[in-house]
Ligand binder design. Sequence first.
Ligand SMILES: Nc1ncnc2c1ncn2[C@@H]1O[C@H](COP(=O)(O)OP(=O)(O)OP(=O)(O)O)[C@@H](O)[C@H]1O
Length: 248
Amino acid sequence: MSIQFRDIEVKIGNKDILKKVSLKAEDNKITGIIGPNGSGKSTLIKTFFSLLPHHHGEIFLDDHNVKAMSSKEIARNVAYIGQDSNSMFDFTVEEIIKMGRFPHDSTTRNIKDIVYDALDTLKINEFAKRSIRTLSGGERKLVYLARSIAQNTDSIILDEPTNHLDIKHQYMIMNYLKSCNKTILVVIHDINLALRFCDKIYMMKEGTVYQSGSVHEVFTEQNIKSVFEVDGVINRDSKNNIFFTVEK
Ligand SMILES: Nc1ncnc2c1ncn2[C@@H]1O[C@H](COP(=O)(O)OP(=O)(O)OP(=O)(O)O)[C@@H](O)[C@H]1O
């Protein structure tokens, strides 16, 4: 299932936050959105779920304009893991994960089994009875990923999923996303994680797509300098993986 933004424009007050942004995330691929703070990454993904209105452009799920879809229908197809993992309410982890089943009217499987499979996948079974409010920021991220697993959608949109996570859990999440055979659209800040895991990158600057393509096409020293104002070097290790280091 592909996710496509066509010529999206967002204005807040007099400020143009997004200026004709187009992006396509495809089946079985991790598409990364990277860019400096304030460049419009979260704004773009929020428009998909109508969390922010867009003033121009269209958003499609395969050939379906999301404008014509109910929020429940969208949630049957696309899961969302936002930046903010705080919870206003004192739900248990089990209850949070169970919410992933809300868009689905029925299932042949026992819901408790679905919840426990999701906990198992991320090896967080011991959190099941805990209140979400007692978990650390990183632990909460894992719980919301487990909810998306229970939601069983073809696509997942994630806003900085590795934020707050230690290196083991950063790789656990990215490896899960790589192996799950879904359409993954992810806002990511870490250039080296993006280099390692993303199939396609959209590099944003000041509300526009500055560059898009494969990691090799986008992560050039020149593009990184122009967009992030950082001098650095693209290196290759002995296994021919490329990585970026900042020069002093
Ligand atoms: N409700 C709002 N009112 C005014 N300005 C807003 C509002 N929401 C977002 N903005 C502005 O829109 C711009 C883009 O914000 P957005 O959150 O999309 O950036 P981002 O690229 O996701 O940044 P970050 O990497 O810091 O999360 C920023 O300059 C932000 O200040």
